[in-house]
Design a protein around this ligand. Sequence first.
Ligand SMILES: Nc1ncnc2c1ncn2[C@@H]1O[C@H](COP(=O)(O)OP(=O)(O)OP(=O)(O)O)[C@@H](O)[C@H]1O
Ligand SMILES: [Mg+2]
Length: 326
Amino acid sequence: MKESILKTDGLYHVYESKAEDGNVVALRGLHLDMKEGEAIAVVGPSGSGKSTLMKCLGGLMKASAGSVSLAGKNMTRLTGQELVELRQKTVAFIFQEGNLLPNMNARDNVAQPLRHQGVASRKALKLADAMLDQLGMVHRAHALPMMLSGGEQQRVAIARALITKPRLILADEPTGALDPVTSREVLALFKDLHENSGVSFLIVTHSKEVAAFANRSLELRDGRFVAEHGANVDVEDLGKDRELIIDETGTVTLPPDLLVRIGGAGRYTVGNADSGYLSLQGEAVEAMGKMELASACPACKHAYDGTEEQLCPSCGSSRPMVEVKE
Ligand SMILES: Nc1ncnc2c1ncn2[C@@H]1O[C@H](COP(=O)(O)OP(=O)(O)OP(=O)(O)O)[C@@H](O)[C@H]1O
Ligand SMILES: [Mg+2]
């Protein structure tokens, strides 16, 4: 069995707020065990906690409860300096945007993580140029980020992430700002690093191609992993080929489409528990009425027109269940 590169136990994150709507529980007790060399995609609707998860995993944000271990070291127990060193050695981030220091040109941005590790400036710049070349950006090495297009900035950000040869790359929608061609090139580079250098990837994505590159995909909803999918998941139809996750507290959260199919919230009797199967039989609770998928998006009013879509195609919000009006 390979060693874990990243492991979490009962990870919670609460955004505290004194405002009227109060605290937001963004992560609700997540367990994850990622083996060295694995590529995992995290999929799920807008607001489900994907970015929060990435920030907690990379040590950019402190978890409210639970632990995160990176390369076998419990990050929650490290001092500031130890944490910085562990991160520098092991992990690199690629965010959707805002990865670059605005007052440094592309080349200096890419070289900077190496300089932080004590590499001599001249050598760092040479390696930066080589990396920019791999990403087709060496001709823009002297441009400041604001002079680059979104896609170009992202390619520089990827060069910056790869320059330290990290064992793990945490990426939040890394190809979100890229055109299809550049996006494919970046993915090819990721694949090469994964297959030939054994780099592990945890990638938040809405893209089919990116999800298909992963060995497995975890479906996040409302701060919980609700299901897991094998390779080649179709992110537009998460209903296929889905394994539900029961977490360590015994909680299973049904994805909304399944909830609709079994008749909605209610009381169910459990049968077959000893056989390795679990069958649930029952009816939706009277008082809750019968539930169905909402016909329009509550956020942007997009009309679903009889489709079974789970995510709003125009704003990405999760499609809620509503009571059927008799
Ligand atoms: N700084 C913050 N303060 C308070 N609440 C926050 C903050 N950042 C995020 N949240 C809330 O936490 C929840 C999870 O947000 P998060 O950004 O992790 O979602 P996401 O899955 O990355 O969404 P998206 O796909 O839109 O990027 C949301 O309900 C969001 O409103
Ligand atoms: Mg996000």
